[in-house]
Design a protein. Structure first.
Length: 466
């Protein structure tokens, strides 16, 4: 761990707020907020996963560091990870830039499968783990979503979409939901990979869906945020960010977080929106200086990173700016656990900051696990009667050969939940207003998919687009 504060210039400068400020921005010094920093060999551009007091995250290698001290526990150097990791039942699952999906022992970093599951292209998203099944989406040159055995990495089924799948899958009530570059959101049967319904937008969908109660929420590059029925994909409402901010309509690549009836989502036109989850009505929005990543909510505070090099802490009810943490490079989607906010930066550091909250993150991102997670996540209470050899695929033949086309890996089957000591593993999905899911077991925090998807691949590095 390096303590090189010259690499990260911190300030408490305010952004442009599109709601009335109710008070003054905090003026604590950077040293008051910084708990520790950890230097890697490349960008830290995806969300982190926190489980059992360890932070798992992707950079040039896959790292595991102590959440309290920032001391390195282990690193995996055998491949180039891509996308956020997922932690479930003592195993870290993640996708790579070149050679597929890996499963590692969460304590030691040793490989658990006899060999990685090979994919045809890069894995962009995070894996989701439900009832011993790993669901992985695609990525660059990868149109497949696959279901794998979590213990062995063997293939159960695969589903071929119409284009690249650059989102993390979400599983609820036996259905897998994911977005695709062919402008659709898909719902497929989790047991056999058969299509149940699709919903078409006017542009590609790179916003990982969130599911709350009987509604699926997601954004699209057509500037809209959508809410559709979980059963048949019928549209319930849509919100046009391009209409609301005239002249600035652009992609909604970030993934939504729903907490206490409010949906929070970032856009590429520099805004973070708070919308009524039932009606889609605008509550407030906050303007930053560049593209906004996927938000995290904890204890009444919204934490969100932006390409303007700031991490923002905003009041969840009003959008009032509470504090900012400013650096010299874009920052990732943050993760919050046990009163600490973890955030990566393109300056090659992972930072742990005093979050000024008393709890871990909450809401759909915690429950769903699609953008990283803490110890509380609902996957453990889902049951899937998987059908092997589905879609014309024979598990024994195809799995052993490793010739199938899986996709994204790298996060939990639930939304950004962490296994920190402050997490309440007894919380149930029903209590959180979610159907048929309990919160329990440890999961990894997901990376900022929208960040990766806005970059082009050059050699072994992902370079920002000009």
């Amino acid at each position: 761990m390096q303590q090189n504060r010259r690499r990260f210039v911190r300030s408490l400068a305010g952004g442009v707020v599109s709601v009335s400020l109710l008070g003054s921005v905090q003026t604590a010094t950077a040293d008051d907020r910084l708990l520790w920093e950890f230097e890697t060999g490349s960008r830290v551009s995806n969300p982190q996963t926190i489980a059992d007091g360890t932070v798992y995250f992707q950079s040039d290698e896959l790292y595991a560091v102590d959440a309290d001290s920032g001391d390195e526990e282990w690193r995996f150097e055998e491949t180039t990870p891509n996308g956020p990791p997922t932690v479930a039942d003592g195993t870290v699952f993640f996708g790579t830039s070149f050679d597929g999906v890996y499963a590692l022992d969460a304590d030691t970093g040793e490989e658990r499968w006899d060999e990685p599951f090979e994919t045809e292209g890069r894995v962009s998203g995070a894996p989701l783990v439900v009832d011993g099944v790993v669901f992985v989406g695609g990525g660059q040159n990868n149109e497949f979503v696959v279901a794998l055995d979590a213990d062995s990495g063997e293939l159960y089924w695969e589903f071929e979409a119409g284009d690249e799948v650059n989102t993390s899958p979400m599983v609820a009530d036996g259905t897998v939901f994911f977005g695709c570059d062919d402008h659709h959101v898909y719902a497929v049967d989790a047991t056999n990979g058969e299509e149940r319904w699709t919903f078409e937008t006017d542009e590609r969908v790179r916003s990982s869906p969130a599911v709350v109660d009987d509604t699926v929420y997601f954004g699209s590059d057509d500037t809209f945020v959508y809410a559709v029925d979980v059963t048949d994909g019928e549209e319930r409402w849509s919100f046009d960010t391009g209409d609301y901010i005239e002249g600035f309509g652009d992609a909604v690549d970030a993934s939504p977080t729903i907490v206490d009836g409010t949906l929070y989502i970032g856009t590429d036109q520099f805004n973070l929106y708070a919308l009524d989850a039932d009606s889609g009505d605008h509550i407030w929005h906050y303007e930053t200086g560049s593209d906004v990543r996927s938000p995290t909510v904890a204890d009444g505070t919204v934490f969100v990173g932006s390409w303007d090099e700031n991490l923002y802490a905003l009041d969840a009810d009003s959008g009032e700016e509470l504090w900012t943490f400013t650096g010299d490079a874009p920052v990732s989607t943050p993760a919050v656990a046990d009163g600490t906010v973890f955030v990566g930066s393109n300056d090659e550091f992972l930072y742990a900051l005093n979050a000024d909250v008393d709890a871990a993150e909450s809401g759909s991102r915690l429950w769903d696990g699609t953008l990283g997670h803490t110890d509380e996540w609902r996957h453990a209470d889902q049951s899937i009667d998987i059908e092997t050899g589905s879609n014309g695929t024979d598990t024994d033949e195809d799995e052993s050969d490793g010739e199938t086309d899986p996709e994204e890996a790298g996060t939990d089957d639930t939304d950004g939940t962490d296994d920190t000591d402050g997490a309440d593993d007894e919380t149930t999905g029903g209590d959180d207003g979610l159907p048929g899911f309990g919160v329990g077991a440890g999961i990894t925090a997901i990376g900022s998919l929208s960040y990766f998807l806005k970059r082009r691949y050059t050699g072994n590095q992902m370079q920002p687009e000009e």
